[in-house]
Design a protein around this ligand. Structure first.
Ligand SMILES: Cc1cc2nc3c(=O)[nH]c(=O)nc-3n(C[C@H](O)[C@H](O)[C@H](O)COP(=O)(O)OP(=O)(O)OC[C@H]3O[C@@H](n4cnc5c(N)ncnc54)[C@H](O)[C@@H]3O)c2cc1C
Length: 508
């Protein structure tokens, strides 16, 4: 039988990442019939690419660690992140309050679905440890939240890309979506449509429109987030705030090319509970490599490495700028946007323990050089001489040796400034981490929404029936610091879904 060209539900959720799954679940809990549309063959979106840190207060984890905390302090600390960047004037702290106030309940909800977290980890200027990391990696979100939604009776349609909103008399009452076989359907929403289709990090057109051609040309970690939800919201009068505020280009180590045995196992609660127990009770040197083997995403090296003496070279073995001044921007225009980070044993010895971490990392919070040595052999290089190091990285040996000699001699080259006050790279053994690649990680432009995640359209009027959550409903929040984007995806999804379900069906 050919598929019906028109289907109905109370709430239609567009997207299948964290915000969408939270919205679908909340709408279903409120008694609504829900259809969720995901354009990819699987759920996840950027949520499944993330490091998996969720920042929240008053969690069971904080209580176990005797940490007394509250949403008000969280909000005040959130403001410090924007203040440090001198960007308070661009942030939306009214919604920041919504995020902080709802984070404790949001975290409880995540736990109720079977998700397991370790932490809380410190992250200054947060005055208390609030960062929680999901076990074993962020793919647990779509796996367990998807399972939770399915159990609740959410009707999930994969390979189904929403294309445009159906607007009737100014009210959003559904979407037109296309299935993988090319057929189009109308999905009619009796109560509301929730846009939760992620950011435009992979959307050339919107990146160029809000930012620049340079940004538009930089690859995204998640290439399939093309900003469809944002575009649909704009098409019916929605406004995008902070569209130019884009995380990237940022250098991230390329994700592991091969899946490990651990990654092939589904993140079932039985496994993650065991990992959690191990995290709390086993010596870290035993468990850290196991947890790091679950790594699936691209991790960002800390900027402090450059301050402490690391440099970057491109695929031709050349330095290409001041590593302390937006290195990813310069890397983005080098061959394939690739770069290798070079340092000697003086830096290596330092980056073995807190607070000198190479990157944040799923499950373990912070990853040190030893973690990379053990579990990222594909990008970890180590040699007694610069020439051998070049061979290990498969970079042109003579050019690389010359680059290092010139740097140590404090010389200016055609593409890079002299070393100045930074230490020389002369103490063997020599190390490299790479390749790293210049990526757009996420974009922060989101539709303007109310506290209830209703989309605000022309003349500051609410568009009836239309909600936006996660990246789609970011409404000017900068969400600086780790763990606030995911926090917002879940908080806003829960609110939007509940709200959409609670609307009385419009009289026909
Ligand atoms: C490498 C990386 C690391 C990160 N680490 C963290 C972290 O540790 N902590 C943190 O807080 N944040 C982190 N973030 C940011 C965070 O992951 C995102 O902000 C968050 O996941 C956004 O959730 P979302 O539900 O709005 O979007 P997504 O999770 O991207 O979900 C959007 C979904 O909508 C689908 N979709 C798109 N268009 C359509 C369409 N037309 N029809 C149907 N479906 C559609 C997409 O395929 C996708 O599945 C990270 C991001 C990246 C890329």
């Amino acid at each position: 039988m050919p598929p019906a060209s028109r289907v109905e539900a109370d709430v239609i959720v567009v997207g299948g990442g964290g915000a969408a799954l939270a919205a679908a679940s909340a709408a279903r809990t409120a008694g609504a019939e829900v259809i969720l549309l995901e354009k990819n063959p699987q759920l996840g979106g950027s949520t499944a690419w993330s490091v998996g840190s969720v920042t929240a207060t008053q969690t069971p984890h904080q209580r176990r660690a005797s940490i007394v905390d509250n949403p008000q302090d969280h909000l005040e600390d959130l403001k410090l992140f924007s203040a440090a960047l001198k960007l308070e004037h661009r942030d939306n702290f009214e919604l920041g309050r919504v995020l902080c106030d709802h984070s404790p309940a949001m975290f409880d909800w995540l736990l109720s679905t079977g998700l397991e977290f370790v932490g809380p980890f410190p992250e200054p200027p947060h005055r208390r440890p609030r960062m929680h990391n999901v076990l074993p990696n962020s793919r647990a979100f779509p796996y367990l939240l998807g399972r939770h939604c399915t159990k609740q009776g959410v009707d999930i349609h994969l390979n189904t890309a929403a294309q445009k909103l159906i607007i009737d008399n100014g009210r959003a009452c559904g979407v037109v979506a296309r299935a993988a076989d090319g057929t189009s359907r109308e999905y009619i929403a009796r109560k509301g449509v929730v846009l939760a289709a992620g950011d435009y990090s992979g959307g050339r057109e919107l990146k160029s429109r809000f930012s620049s051609e340079l940004i538009a040309n930089v690859d995204a970690v998640n290439v399939t987030n093309t900003g469809d939800g944002i575009r649909m919201g704009m098409d019916c009068g929605g406004t995008v705030i902070n569209g130019d505020y884009i995380r990237g280009p940022i250098l991230r180590f390329v994700p592991p090319a091969h899946t490990t045995l651990e990654q092939r196992l589904p993140p079932l609660p039985a496994i993650t509970k065991l990992l959690h127990w191990g995290f709390d009770h086993l010596p870290k040197r035993i468990l850290r490599p196991v947890l790091m083997n679950y790594l699936t995403t691209a991790l960002a090296p800390e900027k402090s490495l450059y301050e402490d003496g690391a440099i970057l070279v491109d695929r031709d073995g050349l330095r290409f700028g001041d590593e302390r001044d937006q290195p990813a921007r310069s890397a983005a225009v080098r061959p394939d946007g690739l770069a290798w980070m070079i340092f000697d044993s003086a830096v290596a010895d330092q980056y073995q323990q807190w607070p000198h971490f190479i990157s944040t990392a799923p499950s373990v919070g912070y990853a040190y050089l030893e973690d990379y040595r053990r579990t990222r052999k594909d990008i970890f290089h180590f040699a007694q001489t610069p020439g051998e190091l070049a061979n290990s990285m498969k970079l042109p040996r003579a050019v690389f040796e010359k680059t290092l000699t010139e740097y140590n001699a404090n010389l200016q080259t055609s593409d890079a400034p002299p070393r100045r006050d930074r230490p020389t790279i002369t103490k063997p053994p020599f190390y490299a981490l790479g390749p790293a690649k210049a990526y757009i990680i996420f974009t922060n432009g989101g539709l303007k929404v109310t506290h209830d995640l209703e989309v605000i359209g022309k003349n500051e009027q609410i568009i009836p029936g239309l909600y936006a959550a996660g990246a789609n409903g970011q409404s000017g929040m900068l969400l600086e610091g780790h763990g606030h984007h995911l926090g917002w995806a879940f908080v806003s999804g829960l609110i939007a879904g509940r709200k959409a379900a609670s609307v009385a069906e419009p009289v026909k």
